[in-house]
Design a protein around this ligand. Structure first.
Ligand code: HEM
Length: 156
């Protein structure tokens, strides 16, 4: 077993935990909270779940990025970022960048101001669910095209 194979396994493991968690929060937790609790409770339960998941997700995003860039280094395929047929590489880095920004920049800022500024908890939860659906859809599409791309589907 070589370094590339191990890096690939680590990459996919971190993606499974991270995107799997996003799937669970989006498809199960958020709709369950929405259907069961009053608006005031919905906000605090969601924050409790999301804060716990965010800690794990942060580590997974770091590991996915580190293993991803390490594979680019091992394969010496930096020039892929110049080719259209490698759009799946751009998609991976884009999704990673969005989550880095969301977890390390936007979420801490929102968490700091949340209690003070969330005057309409119903609207906030609705928006949160929509945002999760968009991010999950983009993430799953990226997984789909990345597997196809890594196995030569877009070039000879
Ligand atoms: C900094 C961000 C990332 C970098 C630099 C990166 C880089 C890479 C590289 C170099 C490969 C191997 C390609 C090959 O074998 O030719 C790979 C595979 C893969 N990556 Fe990423 N990746 C990143 C983020 C992501 C994200 C966010 C996802 C999912 C949403 C993802 C999902 C995958 C999948 C599914 C594979 C295919 C594994 C296989 O079937 O062999 N990656 N990535």
């Amino acid at each position: 077993m070589n370094e590339l194979t191990i890096s690939r396994a680590i990459h996919i493991l971190s993606i499974v935990i991270w995107i799997g968690g996003v799937s669970f929060v989006t498809a199960i937790i958020l709709p369950a909270i929405k259907s069961q609790f009053g608006f005031a409770q919905q906000e605090s339960i969601f924050q409790l779940v999301e804060n716990r998941f965010a800690k794990l997700a942060k580590w997974m995003v770091i590991i996915a990025g580190a293993s991803g860039f390490y594979m680019v280094y091992l394969l010496d395929t930096w020039d892929r970022f110049m080719g259209v047929q490698f759009f799946w590489m751009h998609a991976m880095v884009l999704i990673w960048g969005i989550f880095m920004l969301a977890l390390f920049v936007i979420e801490p800022i929102l968490a700091k101001n949340h209690v003070k500024h969330s005057q309409d908890p119903k609207q906030t939860l609705k928006l949160t669910l929509r945002l999760h659906i968009v991010l999950l859809t983009l993430s799953l599409l990226t997984v789909f095209v990345a597997v196809l791309g890594a196995h030569g589907a877009f070039y000879q």
